[in-house]
Design a protein around this ligand. Sequence first.
Ligand code: ZN
Length: 482
Amino acid sequence: MKARPYLIALVLIVLVAGLLVVFRTPGGDPAKQQETSPQAAVEAGAGAGDAYYPTDGNSGYDVTLYDLAITYDPGSKKLDGVASVTATASADLARFNLDLEGLKVSEVKVAGQPAKFVQEGDHELVITPAAPLAKGKPFTAVITYGGQPTTIDDASLGRSGWQISSTGGAFAAGQPHSATTWFPANDTPRDKAALKVAARVPDGWTAISNGLEGPATRDGGWTTFTWSEETPLATYLATVAIDKFEVVRSKLPNGTPVVDAYAPGTSAAKKPIQSQGPEVLAYLETKFGPYPQRAAGSIWVADQIGFSLETQTRPIYAAWADLETVVHENAHQWFGDSVSIENWADICLNECLASYAQWLWLEHEGTDLDQRYRDQVEQRRERSSFWAPKLYDMGRGNEFRGVYDKGLMGMHALRKQVGDDVFFKALQSWLVKHRDSNASWPEFEEHFKQASGQPLDPFFKAWFRDSGIPDDQYLLPVGVRR
Ligand SMILES: [Zn+2]
């Protein structure tokens, strides 16, 4: 994610004012959560265990595929969906939860049999199958649902989830929450799954989603667009965008299909920027290793939304996005999408590295990064607000405070501390080790300690775990000194 520049300033003002930033009220009142939390192996509970968002996601099962059939009418703004969620029970389950926000469920079947269900709190869908599910066995839950999808208004990030564009179209995007506004999901980055989307829209509209494009079919004034993303993705990286897009198809040199979609009203300046996408990916491959996705491209909306987002294979770009944004969101295809965070406290694994990719691109274009780094250290030395945010375990609501700028500088300092060769080799072996999976910040520290043979604990503490400016020995590693 890359926030709209003024929003970062706004967030800082809000924080300086001492206001408590609350991302979202957890589902249900505390008593109800007690009631639905895991009491025994037979009752999978609300919440996958993230310390910042305890009711997000669910325990007791592992999703392998979301197979979605949705119909969306931009005229009525109504969505109707049937979601087939295939999962494996990780315990014997008498009941389990999915997360769905603002849409009403009309029917649930599990293993082909009608199941009981109840919608509780903000986003808990509690399902009781006709017969308990056996540990280790796959099952499919088919959920029929519909309504007018909701937008989540977030105190620090603006709007996320289902959003209506000025063109009359709609798109789903946001972090940490978005998927639950258009399909029932196990809404935690820890449970990555494949995604298939069949999106039916009135003729003249186009639906773009993640992954590979399948055939489109027409029936009585409607067109169904099909998309398939086999590489498992975290739920917040799933998207569908509906608009009267101009769609441009091409291929990367190795044959990877590229789909770029431009909403009506997108500035003519954006196409030349996006046309550099393949060059950006080719350059990032020289630093991070092979592009880890099966497809590529972009979705350009014409609105000044608060962020651009690394939706898997096909980032969503706001009207303000520029080439640096394209570099940032494509870098996330390695850092965030292929290797996903274990907890929201680990967000620097995504944002510090995607932001550092912007500097790598500048270096590619001839910028002396060491000089730039020294200049920025001097400019910011006395600015305590710049150094205040923690980059690891920063606390709920603070995830996106320091990771873009202080985090970027921390990555350059790490590179200079361990040397170019170790830095890039370690990044590549990290990406290979955790591909299509999840990893945590403490694991990243361990990985670099092993790769470098250096006792990096004090360095990581000074830069990433502590608040405040690092001591000069860590701020100016030998490699960056004049
Ligand atoms: Zn980002």
